[in-house]
Design a protein around this ligand. Sequence first.
Ligand SMILES: [Zn+2]
Length: 93
Amino acid sequence: MERRRLSRAERLLEGRPCSRCSAWSEPAATHCAGCRRRFTAAEDATWRSAAGSASATIGEAEEVLADLARGVLLERIGGRGTERTMSMTVSRG
Ligand SMILES: [Zn+2]
């Protein structure tokens, strides 16, 4: 997973870019925060589909991270013993 692609995806879920002035507005905004232009229906549709694939990208990344975390945990259990892993879990709350 490319980090740059992921941060762009997160950005798209937090706001929407303006195609004219490239300012970022709230996802629910009807007007651009930069140039005050009203977003068109076509822009709404474009942003919605971009945001949809962005959340899919983030979902994929979370799965990869979860797999990595599981791998690390299994390594700890195998290498250092379950007891130590358990006490770490408890102390974290
Ligand atoms: Zn604008």
